[in-house]
Write a protein that binds this ligand. Structure first.
Ligand SMILES: [Zn+2]
Length: 430
């Protein structure tokens, strides 16, 4: 019923007949250029009306009446895009090096506060939805609920609880949840789901951040991968696999995995299989490329880490180029914090810029962080494009991102669920 009322008021509003309930608590973004990420069209000198947490109506300034008591925000000279979505971030991430030493005895309370600070920074960087593919001690799930309740500031969170680590595999360290063999993995997956995880994260090959186990080696057995994917799907949860190995990826795709993370090495045969199966790739390309070198030096990464990172840089880049060329569905993710500085911007923006350098059009790169990510999360009814009825998750830029994806460097306004979290051009009325 509420939805019907909303649809009706939206339709009336579009005819210039906004009144009553529809006109209350309305915010009008006036005069901006709305970027339609589905088809690349731009509506200039537009009005976008927000009511509560949703987009109420959109149209040209000439055709769409603005309710008299609406709060107006001037968007002249700005481009409006959907809030950015980052599908691979760990707010509680601790990488080997100085940081790991400093945080060796971090309590649960300190971890939660550090993560709350990290996700607030993401939101201010324009990221209104994240997926956390594994984090520490279930603080991610607590944080997601806290944000939902409106107690903490941060993006909408889809999370997988703790990653399922096989003994000796990627992610091995004190305090992790080890699960070996189909039975233990199934049990561990169900535990995460029962605590509120909508995804399950498995680590099927070696990785950069853990010594031992080659990055390109298929460490998890096909029986283990099959069992955990089957168990998660029975509960309606999706499965993401950390993979740097074509062989492991191939097995996971056959098992029905939902997303492949990183894909440090991939061949065309595996990529074609992913395309046929509709498997998502979340590249996190920035993590192995020159843009983040300054970061790893700053955090005092040990030599073995830098060596492992350097060993996959070129292969990772080639895998991304091939994936784009083969038309594999790509959802943007950064692994590191999106707001972390890199080459005059941040990891999130650099990730999108790398996609264009590797062969995407600016529109495709923008889709990988909006429309496509929403598709991967099955959240297209609520997110991913600017359309009436969807969440008012909106970011404004000073230039047209379809001309140059580098326009994302100029984010100066962030709204999530109708609430403005950042407006650099805001001037208090005199
Ligand atoms: Zn990761």
């Amino acid at each position: 019923m509420k939805r019907l009322t909303k649809l009706l008021s939206t339709a009336l509003c579009a005819l210039g007949l906004c009144w009553g309930a529809a006109a209350q608590s309305v915010t009008a973004l006036v005069g901006g250029n709305i970027v339609h990420v589905a088809n690349g069209e731009i509506a200039s000198d537009a009005v976008l009306l927000v009511e509560d947490d949703r987009i109420l109506a959109m149209g040209s300034r000439a055709s769409l009446a603005i309710p008299e008591d609406a709060t107006r925000i001037d968007m002249t000279g700005r481009w409006l895009i959907p809030g950015l979505m980052n599908m691979h971030v760990h707010p509680g991430l601790i990488l080997p090096g100085k940081l790991a030493a400093e945080l060796a005895r971090e309590t649960d309370a300190a971890l939660s506060l550090r993560m709350a600070h990290a996700v607030r920074g993401m939101l201010h960087a324009g990221v209104t939805t994240i997926r956390i593919p594994g984090d520490r001690r279930h603080a991610d799930l607590a944080l997601a609920r806290s944000i939902e309740r409106g107690e903490s500031e941060g993006p909408r969170i889809y999370s997988s609880g703790m990653p399922l680590v096989i003994t000796g595999g990627h992610g091995s360290e004190a305090g992790v949840l080890y699960a070996d063999g189909p039975d233990e993995l199934v049990k561990a997956a169900r535990q995460q789901i029962s605590l509120g995880a909508s995804w399950v994260k498995i680590l099927i090959s070696g990785g950069i951040a853990t010594q031992g186990g080659g990055i390109g080696e298929a460490l998890m057995t096909p029986e283990e991968i099959n069992a955990v994917v089957d168990a998660a799907h029975r509960f309606g949860a999706k499965v993401a696999a950390h993979s740097g190995s074509p062989a492991a990826t191939s097995v996971a795709v056959d098992a029905g995995i939902d997303s492949i993370e990183h894909g440090y090495t991939l061949d065309r045969e595996t990529l074609r299989k992913m395309k046929r199966a509709g498997t998502w790739l979340v590249p996190t390309i920035v993590v192995s490329q020159p843009a983040t070198e300054e970061f790893f030096e700053r955090i005092g990464s040990p030599p073995w880490y830098l060596q492992r990172r350097a060993s996959v840089g070129k292969l990772h880049w080639e895998a991304l180029r091939m994936a784009i060329d083969e038309g594999v569905s790509i959802a943007l993710g950064t692994d590191g914090l999106p707001q972390e500085p890199a080459q005059g911007t941040n990891w999130m923006v650099r990730e999108a810029e790398y996609y264009v350098e590797a062969g995407m059009t600016p529109l495709e790169a923008l889709q990988s962080a909006t429309l496509k990510t929403a598709e991967m999360l099955e959240a297209s009814a609520d997110s991913g494009t600017l359309e009436p009825g969807k969440y008012a998750d909106i970011v404004a830029l000073k230039a047209n991102p379809l001309d140059d994806i580098g326009a994302l460097r100029g984010i100066d306004f962030v709204m999530k669920g109708g609430v403005v979290y950042r407006d650099d051009s805001f001037r208090a009325p005199r």
